[in-house]
Design a binder for this molecule. Structure first.
Ligand SMILES: NC(=O)c1ccc[n+]([C@@H]2O[C@H](COP(=O)([O-])OP(=O)(O)OC[C@H]3O[C@@H](n4cnc5c(N)ncnc54)[C@H](OP(=O)(O)O)[C@@H]3O)[C@@H](O)[C@H]2O)c1
Length: 260
C-alpha cells in the first residue's frame, strides 16, 4: 500500500507522515518545495491543484485543500478517482462553504472517503505569538469557548482512516474540552512561566485586521462565529478517543509543547 500525504510540511501533515512511517506504510509526499520535504519518504514536487504525477500508483491520500474557495477541486480530485480519500474538513462543512463543497466533490470521485471535520486547530493560537511575547493578546471574544484540537490527534485519526476501513465515516474531531480563548492565552502563559493576559478587541477592528489575510467575507464569518461561541460553546466529541483508542490531548498539553 502507498499513501500520498498532501500538506506534509504543515502542522497536521508532518505528523501524518510520522505516523504512517511508524506504522511501516510506504509513504509519498506532494510538496511545493522539495527542500522542505520530510526524510525517509518518496518526494514528488508539485501543486495540490494539479496532483496527477503524485497520485500515480497510490492507494490512498491525506487531502488538504488550503484555499478559501473550492474552485479547481474537480481537476485536483480526478487523479484520485476510486481511491481512498481522507479529507481534513471542518465542522462548518454541514453548512456548505468551501469544506462542504470539497466534501461533495470528493463523494463524486470515490465511495471510500473519510471526512475529519475539525472544530478548530489548536495551532490557530500561533497567530497570537507576537502578542504573547508582549504579554497581552488583543483579539475579539475572549469568552468564545472553542474545542480546539491538537494537530497530533488529527494526524492519529488520519493514520487510522488511511490504514483501516473507515469508508463513508464523518468524524467530528475536537479537543477534550471547550476552552475560552482568554483561558487558552492564560494556559500559554503558564507554559511560558509568565502571565499573558487577554485584551478585548472590538469586533469591527478584528474583522478589519483579519481581512488582510483571510479576506473580508471569511474574516467576518470567523468573528461572528466566535461571537456565537460565548453563550454556545463548540461541541466536544469523543470521536478521537473512539477511533484512536486514546483521549484527545488537552489544550494545556498543546501549549506546553509549543510554548515552553
Ligand atoms: N485552522 C483551523 O481551525 C481549521 C479548521 C478546519 C479545517 N482546517 C483545514 O486545515 C487546513 C490546514 O491544515 P494544517 O494546519 O495541517 O496545514 P498548515 O500548517 O496550514 O500548512 C498548509 C500546508 O499546505 C501546503 N500547501 C499550501 N498550498 C499548497 C499548494 N498550492 N499545493 C501543495 N501544497 C500546498 C503547505 O505547503 P508549503 O510548505 O509549500 O507552504 C503546507 O504543507 C486548512 O487549509 C483548512 O482547510 C483548518
Amino acid at each position: 500500500m502507498t499513501v500520498l500525504v498532501t500538506g506534509a510540511t504543515g502542522h497536521t501533515g508532518r505528523h501524518v507522515v510520522a505516523g504512517l512511517k511508524a506504522a511501516g506504510v510506504h509513504t509519498r509526499v506532494l510538496v511545493r518545495d522539495e527542500t522542505k520535504a520530510p526524510d525517509g519518504v518518496d518526494v514528488v514536487q508539485g501543486d495540490i491543484t494539479d496532483p496527477a504525477g503524485a497520485a500515480d500508483g497510490v492507494d490512498a491520500v491525506y487531502l488538504l485543500w488550503p484555499f478559501f474557495s473550492a474552485d479547481g477541486i474537480e481537476k485536483a480530485l480526478e487523479p484520485f478517482r476510486g481511491k481512498k480519500i481522507v479529507y481534513l474538513s471542518a465542522m462548518s462543512a454541514e453548512d456548505g462553504g468551501v469544506w462542504g463543497d470539497v466534501e461533495a466533490a470528493v463523494e463524486k470521485v470515490t465511495g471510500d472517503w473519510t471526512f475529519l471535520r475539525v472544530t478548530g486547530l489548536a495551532t490557530n493560537a500561533l497567530a497570537w505569538a507576537q502578542d504573547i511575547e508582549t504579554g497581552v493578546v488583543r483579539a475579539a471574544y475572549g469568552q468564545a469557548k472553542r474545542s480546539v484540537v491538537h494537530e497530533r490527534d488529527v494526524a492519529d485519526m488520519a493514520v487510522k482512516a488511511l490504514t483501516e476501513d473507515h469508508a463513508r465515516q464523518v468524524y467530528l474531531v475536537t479537543g477534550p474540552e471547550s476552552v475560552a480563548q482568554a483561558d487558552q492565552v492564560r494556559l500559554i502563559g503558564e507554559a511560558l512561566g509568565k502571565p499573558v493576559t487577554w485584551e478585548e478587541q472590538p469586533p469591527e477592528e478584528a474583522i478589519a485586521q483579519l481581512s488582510g489575510y483571510l479576506g473580508a467575507e471569511f474574516a467576518a464569518g470567523a468573528v461572528n462565529h466566535w461571537a456565537s461561541l460565548v453563550d454556545d460553546p463548540e461541541p466536544v466529541s469523543l470521536d478521537v478517543a473512539r477511533v484512536t483508542g486514546h483521549p484527545a490531548r488537552p489544550f494545556a498539553e498543546w501549549a506546553r509543547e509549543h510554548f515552553s
